[in-house]
Each structure stands twice: as C-alpha cells, then as structure tokens.
Design a protein around this ligand. Sequence first.
Ligand SMILES: C[S@@+](CC[C@H](N)C(=O)[O-])C[C@H]1O[C@@H](n2cnc3c(N)ncnc32)[C@H](O)[C@@H]1O
Length: 630
Amino acid sequence: MPFFPPVTLRPDVREHLRNTFTNEELVATVGEEVASQEFEALLSSLSHPPSFTCVRVNTHLAPRSHVQELLHHELTKQCGCHGDDASLVPVPHPQLPDVLLLPIIGPRCVSVLGSEVVVGAQCGSAVLRGAHVFAPGILSAPKSLQVGDAVCVFSDVEGKCTRGAKSFGGQKVFLGNGVCEMGRHDVFCSGNTPRGLAVRMTERLYATPCFDRVLPHLVFLQNLPSVLVGHVLDPRPGECVLDMCAAPGGKTTHIATLMQNQGLVVALDKISSKVERLRETASCLQLDCIRAFCYNSIQAASSLSQPSASSLSQPSASSPTQPSASSPTQPSASSLSQASASSLSQASASSPTQPSASSPTQPSASSPTQPSASSPTQPPASSPTQPSASSLSQPSASSPTQPSASSLSQASASSPTQPSASSPTQPSASSPTQPSASSLSQPSASSPTQPSASSLSQASASSPTQQNPEQDSDLASGPPFPEEAFDRVLLDAPCSGLGQRPNMATSSSLKEIRSYQPLQRKLLHTAVRLLKRGGVLVYSTCTVTLAENEEQVAWALRTFPCLSLQPQEPHLGEQGMLGAGLSHDQRALLQRFRPRLRGGGTTEGHAPTPRLHEANSDTIGFFIAKFMKS
Ligand SMILES: C[S@@+](CC[C@H](N)C(=O)[O-])C[C@H]1O[C@@H](n2cnc3c(N)ncnc32)[C@H](O)[C@@H]1O
C-alpha cells in the first residue's frame, strides 16, 4: 500500500503523462484499465524511496568483498548501532560485480515527537534517503525553536509553505524525528543565507544510513540503473571513451574504473562548476585517465573534419541543424596533453562564455534533471558525502535523485536523494580502516574491473579499430574533436528527470518537459558523428516519458541508418514501452526501469526488509538503449 500521496504534478503535466501511459498502441495490447492502473501505480511509487541504497565500489582501489566489510564496520560505528541492524548490512548485488546494496526499511511506526519543522519537498526527498536537514532546507519552524530541541520533521508536499513561517497547515508528510543543531534565529534571521546542519535526524520513517564522510574514495552512491549504464557501455582498458553529459561524474568515474584507469575518458559538461567537481571526484577516486572539459557537447564535433559517410544522417523534418563546432573559448590543445592526475585540477577548459546548449524552450542550466552547482549557502564542510537537505529548500530544478559524484566539498542541491560518496576530507590511504591505495591498486582475480570472458570473446566483433597514441593525446587536449574519434560514446542525456525517487512534487512545466526531446536529438547527432565505425553508443535518461526514450530510439534508427540496436548485458530492466512504433524485437533490446512499489506494508509495527530480487525492479525510473555504428 502506498504510504505517501502520489507525486504532485502540474495538471497539464499529469494529463500529458497519462496520455503517454495510455497511448493507443499500449491500450490495444493491455487494455485501458490495466494501462490506467499502471500509470497510477507509477505516480504512487515515485513519491516513495526505492527498496535499496545502491553503493558502487571503487574497484580501482579495492575489491568489493573488502569494501563490504569496511562499509559495514564504518556504518555501524557511525550510527552507534548493533552490527545486526539490517539497514546497515551491505549485500553484494548478484549480477553487478561492483555493487553493494543496503535495504531501505520502511515505512516504520515512528511516533511524532517534539515541535514541528517543515522542509521543502527536495529536502524531504534527501532526508528519506539518509540525509540530515541543512538550514536552507527548512521552510517553517516554531518561534521558540532552540538548539537541542527535539523536533519532528515534515515535508511540504505541494510547495505551498512559505519560508520563515512559524507553522504550516498545508499538505505535508512525516519523515521522522531529530534534534536541532540550530535555533530558529540562526536559520531565518541571522542576516546571511543560512548554512550548515540544522536538524540531526535520530529516528527515520525509512531506516537508512547517512553516508556522510563514509569511505569517500572507496564507495560512490549511485542509483542502480546508473551503475548498469557503465556495464552496458562495457568500456575496455586502453580505449577512448567520450561521456558527453558527464557531470557530476558518476558514470564517468565508473567508466574509468571499468577501464582499470587505462586509456582515455573524455568528460564534457556545459556547466563549469560541475566540471570542477567532477575533476575533484576523479581525483578523490584516484582515476587519472579522465579529462574533463566545460563544453557544449552539441558543438563537440569539429567543423573542420569532413562530414563523412559516418554521419549518415538522413535530413529529416525533425532533425535539428548541426550547430557550428568550435567555441572561441575552447581549451588549448597543449594545455591538456599530459595525462596526470594533477593536470585534472588545472585542465580547466571551462569557459564562462561557453555558448549555451539550450534550445529556445530549454530550461536554464539548472534543469530538472541536472544537479545544479552546489548551493553557495552550503558550507564546504557540511555533509560532503551526504545529499544535503540544505541546498534543497528551494524547489530548484535540480534533480532530486541524481547522484552527486562530486560534492567533494559541498553537498549538492542537485543530489538531494542521492548522496555522493566522495569527500575532499577523505582519510589518507594509510588510515587504519582504509586499504592503502597502493596495496590495492592491482585488480584482484575477482575484480569486477576485469573484462569478463564473454565480453572478451566478443571484442573482435565490437571493438573498434586500434587507437593511435597521437590521436589519443589530441583527444585528451579537449574539444572540438574530429569525426569518428571515439571507441565508445555515452550520452546520459539531460532529461525531464521524471523517474527520480523519492519525489514528492515536481514543478516542471509541460513546455519544459517537452523541450528535452529536441535538445537530446541535437546531442545524438554529435554523438553519432564522433563515434567510430564499429563503436558503441549508449543513450540513457532518468525519465519515464516516451518522447525522451523509445521515441528517441525510433527517431535515431530512422535518422542514422548506420545505427543498429544491440543487446545489453546484463539486462535487468523491462523491455521498452509500447507507443513509439518499435517492433517487439527492438523493444526487447531496450531496458526500461519502471518504478514499482514493493508489496507488503508495516506488520505489527515492523516494516519488512526488502528482498534482494526487488533491487532490480523497485528503482528510479530509467531508460537505456545501446547502439552500434556500422
Ligand atoms: C543527467 S545529467 C548527467 C549525469 C552524469 N552522467 C552522471 O552520471 O553523473 C545531464 C548533464 O548534462 C549536462 N548538459 C546539458 N546540456 C548539455 C550540453 N549541451 N553539453 C554538455 N552538457 C550538457 C548538464 O549540465 C548535466 O550535468
């Protein structure tokens, strides 16, 4: 049974989604009633957290089994709990060799205690996934609130609570109890924008640990389908891989890890502050094969390179014109040719004058699926690895569940429900509880970073031509790039983010939601141009719309005859949704994650622990397509 009300959407957005989920092709197959029920179930599941917290292990530095033990130890120490508390016991994912899962247990019977503090919906989402409450997240608090007071924390559901209110009678949901670290005056009246931890959560509706400063260079919090993307892309050591929309860097760092830090991963993002954080994350995880640049990826293919047969796009009415290539502010080639960890922090190709990729209807930089740059109100020291409830007081467009890879010095507003594991304050490698970086740098026999036998056996079929070292260093110097330069391209596209969980309310307008399809097509054009023949392109989104997922696949197959859909390994999601005119076989090659609430509710005051098999279905909404270019 759903515990929270379904996610609040604008009425026209809800109607638009309902039409998508009851489209003609779908209704003709499953019937109107089933389609409608599934749509309502989807909205209910979105407001609830998934069944598991997914932790990706940095297998570049340590094997999963080792991190499993360390993590259990660290979490129990931090929580001051018994080691047998199920929410603190990491369990290996059966199919993903670098993933540990921790059950999120709830909703539990928790009594409402103390004075009432109301937080914004995004802050509430972060709290449901383990965060404490930071000052900017608080909307309402009683007049007399003092440090040390016991409080009950509620989340505003409809965005109606005004900041600074003393009480709130609107629709809200209970999240748990905590203790104040700040009084009302510090939160609302101190003259400056509030910063820092305001309420330390002590008893949560959903039991899940806080990952603040927990093994920052060994674990990375990432939603399960996002980790899957790296495996589906299947990068090999020594290859050149382009991550076109890379920040905060969850997938970039995973790709580099799977490549055993050998080869080149070029990461582009159009927001410079995010690129800086990505570099910090790469450095924290000791992955020095990553080169990150602030760049509009639509323009990442050099206009000097001849449009070859590779970019075999058919001019179509819907195909946007190719943007001009290079920006006057592009980084100099020479500045970035040395592959050293230190160069990561200096290799700033960032340009404040970078042209925006936004289409006319494109929301601003802080689009709903994108982590915005860290809130300036967030102190560097606050919860570096935890999704900060802090920066979440404003229903910004930032993605509520998008993992913040970076957040090295700042908890990101953008990742309210997905904490980042990285921290600049990480313990040294020689810390007694940490394996030394050097001792662990060799992948063990069981290391998931080793290409599997099966993947190796296919290598000749799918592995593009051998890279030329000279070209490697050209690519390392940054965009724009010549055509057909990369062995693999990941387009983890900016999207409407409607698959994020938990999400109590989305303020996105229909116009905003519709603006992503043309933007994604422009990015796909560049992706195809930059991919080698025989190379692999993975397209992914964290949204549930047909327009940004199956319709994009159908469009790409029509527009680029050189592209063909490929099987994905492992295949954990459902097949693609009906409604975009794809064949059964084509849909079977896609992975769609449609959030589903697990069954079972609170029994005699005890919430059941989720079962492992639910980890693959009770996830955020997500979509993955894998293409090869011939
Ligand atoms: C879904 S997020 C990427 C998440 C990232 N792949 C990860 O796993 O951590 C989309 C990103 O695309 C970036 N973006 C949007 N439009 C872009 C463009 N034209 N060029 C480059 N980056 C862009 C946004 O700044 C945002 O960080």
